[in-house]
Design a protein around this ligand. Structure first.
Ligand code: ZN
Length: 251
């Protein structure tokens, strides 16, 4: 009897570690962590900057624990068609097109055999940000480039016409410059309204991410997917909990 009770308790505890509680599907019960990075540097005294050494430790942790980086296209196929994902899937994303994404993050990603997704604000490409030749190289190497609008404005405050230009024009610019289809979008500040979601579909995006903390689970709305916030100063122990979904990042 005692054994049965402790078995039930163990099962209940295990179940509580699965934030999605979904029916069987291609997406693991614990959900898929979509890591949201910005700058990989200690240049700015801001929490969204993850120092290179910390980023290297985090990528090494993922490699040593047999995580596999997946693309938005693979996540889309898993969510819509039930196409299986590799074991321990993780989607690594970078917002805003910081120059250090290419100079610092990319060599580290390559070293551990990972690919990532870079969300680009098209009006800011070049100068201090990532530039077009760097983006072409990233795309050629199997990374995904997504739109993060033209000007990084809060879409929920814009008129439908202004939103349309942010959503459509950024896609057209990326496609012209990189000569690849752009189907992934990231909503600035995670702020949107009904018009935003309609326009994203009309423009031909298939998948879109917000800044809402959480993991991606079977049955989630494919245009408002959640991500796990990566910040500077996170210990490897916390990072491990965040990617496994056993703490913090659980919805
Ligand atoms: Zn952003």
């Amino acid at each position: 009897m005692k054994k049965t009770v402790s078995l039930i308790l163990t099962l209940v505890m295990l179940a509580s570690f699965s934030p999605c509680m979904a029916e069987p599907s291609a997406v693991p019960d614990a959900g898929v962590p979509v890591l949201m990075y910005h700058s990989i540097s200690s240049k700015y005294d801001r929490s969204f900057c993850v120092p290179a050494q910390q980023f290297d430790s985090e990528m090494r942790y993922l490699r040593e624990h047999d995580y596999h980086s997946v693309s938005p296209a693979e996540l889309y196929a898993a969510l819509t068609d039930g196409t299986p994902l590799p074991e321990n899937p993780v989607l690594i994303t970078f917002d805003d097109g910081f120059g250090d994404n290419y100079k610092t993050a990319w060599p580290i990603l390559k070293k551990y055999g990972f690919r990532a997704t870079f969300f680009i604000v098209t009006n800011e490409v070049g100068d201090y940000s990532i530039d077009w030749p760097q983006l072409r190289e990233l795309a050629d190497a199997g990374n995904t480039i997504g739109s993060h609008t033209v000007h990084h404005r809060d879409l929920s405050t814009l008129s439908p016409g202004q939103q349309k230009s942010e959503i459509f024009d950024s896609k057209a610019t990326l496609e012209k410059q990189l000569d690849i289809p752009i189907t992934t979008f990231c909503i600035p500040y995670g702020k949107y309204n009904k018009t935003t979601l309609t326009l994203l579909r009309e423009a031909g995006y298939t998948i879109s991410f917000t800044t809402t903390e959480g993991r991606v689970c079977a049955g989630d709305d494919i245009f408002t997917l959640h991500r796990v916030h990566m910040i500077g100063g996170t210990s490897l122990e916390s990072f491990s909990s965040m990617v496994s979904g056993r703490e913090k990042s659980a919805k």
